[in-house]
Design a protein around this ligand. Structure first.
Ligand SMILES: Cc1cc2nc3c(=O)[nH]c(=O)nc-3n(C[C@H](O)[C@H](O)[C@H](O)COP(=O)(O)O)c2cc1C
Length: 352
């Protein structure tokens, strides 16, 4: 009951607080205009082959909800939107359900309404390997997201305080489950140091979920009726988390850019910075809740059209070419690049 209330409050407060107060810092990144793009729009490819299935565009409705009957309808609608637009979808954390057995329908409804789609399961890093496999089976998942959310836990009065042993447990989960494992943040970003540690342990799928979008420290403070000052700005902005990945990881990885992405310009920049896919949660939830599934599907189709237009302007036929298009860095992002010891000129030319 307590968990069900928490899920509903997360949705309510995510809608009330929106994005921020910090920025994604995509505004510090500019494309350079190409006056001679030499490209036929018919040759632009957005579709992508992922886990043996085809996506119409490299977009993902990222983890939002599940675990109580009260959100079954939201998940049914999200699955319908993903199916209609040909994009991937992740369910919200199944950790409570694999522990208690309650609320399974709110997840199974996703596979029922999108039988051929790409669906990601989602658990906490505290799940046992068996619980993780149960979560995968529940939605016949194509991959499993393991979410990391220490800042959120710390602001939650009932949250976890000890984070020791998570990496070892994630290795146990990865060894046991029969689908790829994606390591995911929930809005505070993955930094260079964590990418490196995870990559050294053989993880190759990441969802950066940086700050500047949905803000769980703020949501949890609201739920706890507590004040929050500096923590409202905690986390690595999405653009910086992508730069850390580009400068740290080698080519053999799959990167989802998420956190505050709500238009095609940010999506184009994220893909140009080295992401394979763009995840969105807050903006889709808002359209679905305040309007309807049609509004969410129309938004996703518009993003696809506009992403094509950016690629046309830049003369890029596919996402790989987008990663070679020159970028300009300014403002705090340039400070970030300098402090991290990255070579701005190298990152400007090619990200991976
Ligand atoms: C209401 C709500 C609930 C969420 N629950 C989960 C969750 O259970 N597991 C998870 O990995 N991420 C969860 N997230 C985080 C999102 O998947 C995403 O990483 C984050 O919101 C940043 O994306 P955005 O700025 O586009 O919303 C949730 C997001 C929202 C809005």
């Amino acid at each position: 009951m307590q968990r069900a209330q928490r899920k509903l409050k997360h949705i309510r407060f995510a809608l009330e607080t929106g994005f921020g107060p910090g920025s994604t810092h995509f505004e510090d990144i500019r494309f350079i205009h190409n006056c001679l793009p030499e490209i036929n729009p018919a040759d632009i490819v957005l579709s992508a082959d992922l886990f043996g299935k085809m996506l119409k565009a490299p977009f993902l409705i990222d983890a939002i909800t599940g675990g109580t009957d009260a959100v079954t309808e939201i998940n049914r609608k999200l699955a319908d939107v993903a199916s209609r637009t040909g994009i991937a979808m992740a369910v919200g954390s199944q950790y409570g359900t694999v522990k208690s057995g309650l609320g399974r329908n709110s997840y199974t409804v996703v596979r029922e309404n999108n039988p051929d789609g790409i669906i990601f399961a989602n658990v906490s890093a505290l799940a046992t390997p068996q619980q993780a496999q149960d979560a995968v089976n529940m939605v016949e998942a194509d991959a499993l997201e393991i979410h990391l959310n220490p800042a959120q836990e710390l602001v939650m009065p009932e949250g976890d305080r000890c984070f020791r042993g998570f990496l070892d447990n994630m290795l146990l989960i990865r060894d046991k489950v029969d689908v790829p494992v994606i390591v995911k943040e929930t809005g505070c970003g993955i930094a260079q140091e964590a990418y490196k540690l995870l990559a050294d342990h053989g993880f190759t799928f990441f969802d950066c979920a940086g700050s500047g979008g949905t803000n769980f420290p703020v949501i949890e403070a609201k739920r706890a009726v507590a004040d929050l000052d500096e923590m409202a700005f905690w986390g690595n902005p999405t653009a910086w988390s992508l730069l850390d990945a580009a400068a740290t990881l080698d080519n053999e990885y799959f990167l989802i850019a998420s956190g505050g992405i709500d238009n095609a310009a940010k999506a184009a920049k994220a893909l140009a910075m080295g992401a394979d896919m763009v995840g969105m949660s807050g903006v889709i939830l808002k359209l679905l809740s305040e309007q309807d599934s049609d509004a969410a599907a129309t938004f996703i189709k518009k993003m696809q059209t506009e992403l094509r237009e950016y690629m046309l302007l830049l003369g890029c036929q596919n996402i790989k070419e987008l990663r070679k298009t020159p970028l300009l860095f300014s403002g705090q992002t340039m400070d970030f690049i300098l402090c991290r010891g990255y070579d701005a000129a190298v990152l400007s030319k090619k990200r991976r």
